[in-house]
Design a protein around this ligand. Structure first.
Ligand SMILES: Cc1cc2nc3c(=O)[nH]c(=O)nc-3n(C[C@H](O)[C@H](O)[C@H](O)COP(=O)(O)O)c2cc1C
Length: 201
């Protein structure tokens, strides 16, 4: 964080927000299921018009990540064992390895709830809010996180592998793992907040 920011910001949640950055490379450490449950419990405070809870969470560890990779490959190439083109074989291997970049993946799912006064976009905003809160809560507890989507969110095989139901949609995955102690660079985006504010009086 900027030196001047660290002097003016209060300790606590605002400081965690200001310090947050994504960690693209993660170690094999991961929070436990009960850690995740506690953090999600805390994140249920996310703003939610009419308390519809238009979201749910799916965690993937171990072989589930391999099944996710296999679903991506199947979407792209069908039966990959029939591939003969070396470039396609290499690409299939690369795709299969995508979900293995973290020991724990947390899928953020928007669950559409039909309601006369809460349009879908408000529900997606709430579900995305849950993802951001969870990402921040994990970071605050010392875990590395990066939110990834890619084309995978729209692949029917991937949705099926996750067990999505009618009206549910993947908003991406929080890739979660340990932070490598040598990965100490500060957040890279430097944004001037003053340029983003319009004041009406
Ligand atoms: C909904 C959502 C989807 C994202 N999908 C991807 C993605 O597929 N690939 C990627 O490299 N970054 C993706 N990002 C951006 C990263 O999570 C991250 O914010 C970005 O690498 C910038 O790093 P920073 O958070 O440290 O500023 C996504 C972010 C959000 C909020």
């Amino acid at each position: 964080m900027d030196a001047e920011l660290s002097e003016t910001l209060p300790r606590g949640v605002v400081e965690s927000i200001a310090r947050r950055r994504s960690y693209l490379t993660l170690t094999s450490d991961a929070p436990s299921d009960s850690d995740i449950r506690d953090l999600i419990q805390a994140c249920t405070s996310v703003a939610d018009h009419k308390a519809l809870r238009p979201w749910r969470i799916i965690t993937l560890r171990g072989a589930a990540r391999e099944r996710f990779g296999a679903a991506i490959v199947e979407h792209e190439y069908g039966d990959a064992s029939l591939l003969t083109d070396p470039d396609k074989i290499a690409d299939a291997r690369k795709l299969a390895g995508k979900p293995l970049r973290a020991p724990l993946l947390i899928a953020i799912v928007h669950r559409f709830v039909g309601h006369p006064s809460v349009p879908e976009w408000e529900q997606v905003a709430s579900a995305a809010g849950l993802g951001h809160l969870l990402s921040l809560a994990l970071f605050d507890q010392g875990w590395g996180v990066v939110w990834r989507t890619g084309p995978f969110v729209n692949m029917p095989r991937v949705a099926e592998m996750h067990g999505l139901k009618e009206g549910e949609r993947l908003l991406g995955w929080l890739y979660v793992g340990g932070i490598d102690p040598s990965d100490v660079k500060p957040r890279n985006r430097r944004i001037d907040a003053a340029q983003l504010i319009t004041r009406l009086e």
